[in-house]
Design a protein around this ligand. Sequence first.
Ligand SMILES: Nc1nc2c(ncn2[C@@H]2O[C@H](COP(=O)(O)OP(=O)(O)OP(=O)(O)O)[C@@H](O)[C@H]2O)c(=O)[nH]1
Ligand SMILES: [Mg+2]
Length: 327
Amino acid sequence: MSIDLKGLEAALISGDRRGLAKALTLIESRRPEHRLLAGKLLSAIYSKTGRANRIGITGSPGVGKSTFIEALGKFFLQQGHKLAVLAIDPSSPRSHGSILGDKTRMAELAVHPDCFIRPSPSGLSLGGVARRTRECVLLCEAAGYDTIMIETVGVGQSETLVSSMVDIFMFLQLPNAGDQLQGIKKGILELADLVVVTKADGAFEQAARRAKVDHEMALHYMQPDPDRLLPRVMMCSAVEKKGLHEIYDTILGNLKILSSDGRLQKRRQQQREQWFESELHDQLMDSLLRDRGFKSKVQELKGKVMHGTMAPTEAAQQAILKLNLPD
Ligand SMILES: Nc1nc2c(ncn2[C@@H]2O[C@H](COP(=O)(O)OP(=O)(O)OP(=O)(O)O)[C@@H](O)[C@H]2O)c(=O)[nH]1
Ligand SMILES: [Mg+2]
């Protein structure tokens, strides 16, 4: 791919969808020369970023994330917002099917002129996907999207990662939470700014009310975090379009409060610090491993560690000695 960086920047900022798609492809490329160009592009557009509301949405498979994003997303569009939907899909064996499936499930969003949907690139490790997702957020903001929704399946570490890049983190739960509450990772509940009980319609409505109370109780026993608002539990039916208006108002209302008292700015500052630290770590490792001598030493040491003949601590020390760093 030959790249005219100035042209790409101009297309991106003018809001051209093809420009944005091209910029995202550049960002997702792993070739070192593309990473350099991606870095330049990000610096060029950096002053035009940061103005969107960043919303994270997570929940176990089948909880109704895609249907919810389609319904809430349409509500945002009706209020005149420009919406970008990004996905982090850590479950690689499923990633092809599920995200492609999502694009068809979010059929109405996908064709809306003010909405842009981007599945996560497959074949990257979770950390890699997250690195790119943060950059994708910046590109979407520079392209004029004022609302960014990041979706992830609640497995493994992905929800922690998503919460580290958004302003408001929503945790979707099924109406039959009663016994499920025992099983959910307490850690996720601690990250949530908003718990949404999905499918609150028809035969599930009663159960949804109970689940709401159960979650309120569980949250009540948690230590409040002074840097955030108290988490709220809401009910929603994406199918019957119930609860969307309240959720919309709560999201925007919360962000308004957090932004007027400085807590939003503080959260983002901490996120930038964290991103820089993990970026520094990853880039250091990437560049060290481009050195053949170091790479083969690391492979050799890894073999010893795996066979149990050397302790991981010593192996890491040996690898670093190979770098001949000053003391
Ligand atoms: N009754 C009812 N069913 C719903 C609602 N939202 C989603 N569903 C159904 O729940 C199932 C799962 O919905 P999805 O939106 O695909 O769930 P998901 O969380 O995106 O699932 P994965 O992508 O597989 O993790 C589908 O059969 C939906 O039709 C709702 O508001 N009410
Ligand atoms: Mg889905």
